[in-house]
Design a protein around this ligand. Structure first.
Ligand code: HEC
Length: 220
């Protein structure tokens, strides 16, 4: 049984040290009297060493190449808030956001009943505070939103409507970090009415949009 002084994967994975071929560990450079766990165990140590060096150099070149390309892309391209995020960026951001919300917030239910009065109150509040970015109809087609990165989504769509009451409430109260969405703080009851109004967005009537336009004079 040969001595195995340092933690070397060859000796750790190599099993019992009988019938051994000498193997040069590619990491620590020490000759081990242990079977090499890689398929290369049958080849001569010099060849094994050669192949593993080749592997590490190739990997090194690929990583360096990828880094150079990304740097080149960033320098020649720059960042503009007027662009639209690519799908995987939007996907990652949404999932990170979910991770960052308060535990328990997701399961909260809107305690304010969706009466016509509550929805109308939410609507006026939305027209006043939210429509500049989100649009009266929630589409996000506003001048301000065109320059935001990430932009406010069309809140009539499933991606917003499928958020729980609690998630919407949490977003309105706390905002979304690193985006244009401010945390409004505010009274809980007012925020719940906003949640009720966001749920109502897909069914918004032309008359309701007119009433909002009287408040904010926005086009949509
Ligand atoms: C200054 C612009 C701005 C204002 C004003 C604003 N928002 Fe937002 N809001 C955003 C942006 C940008 C996002 C998207 C953030 C992201 O991508 O995570 C957003 C996202 C949201 C979302 C999450 C939607 C989803 O599907 O991810 C809700 C809900 C929301 N806003 C509600 C409101 C309410 C209610 C108000 C008014 C009280 C308001 N916002 C005011 C910019 C704004």
């Amino acid at each position: 049984m040969g001595p195995f002084p340092s933690p070397c994967f060859v000796s750790i994975l190599g099993g019992p040290a009988e019938n051994l071929t000498p193997v040069l560990c590619p990491f620590c450079g020490v000759i081990r009297h242990a079977p090499c766990p890689l398929p290369l165990r049958m080849v001569r140590p010099e060849v094994y060493m050669h192949v593993s060096k080749l592997f590490f150099w190739t990997a090194g070149f690929l990583i360096a190449g990828a880094l150079t390309c990304s740097l080149w892309f960033l320098r020649s391209h720059g960042f503009s808030a007027r662009e639209k995020p690519v799908w995987y960026e939007a996907y990652a951001a949404r999932h990170l956001r979910r991770l960052s919300s308060e535990p328990g917030a997701r399961s909260l239910k809107n305690p304010v009943a969706a009466t016509p009065l509550a929805i109308a109150e939410g609507r006026d509040h939305f027209a006043d505070h939210c429509a500049a970015c989100h649009g009266n109809n929630g589409s996000g087609k506003t001048e301000m939103n065109a320059g935001l990165y990430p932009p406010a989504p069309d809140m009539r769509q499933a991606s917003t409507q499928e958020l729980t009451d609690g998630e919407l409430f949490y977003i309105i109260r706390n905002g979304i970090r690193f985006t244009g969405m401010p945390g409004w703080g505010g009274e809980d009851e007012d925020n719940w009415k906003l949640v009720g109004f966001i749920r109502h967005l897909p069914k918004l009537s032309a008359k309701e949009i007119e009433l909002m336009q009287e408040i904010n004079h926005l086009e949509e």
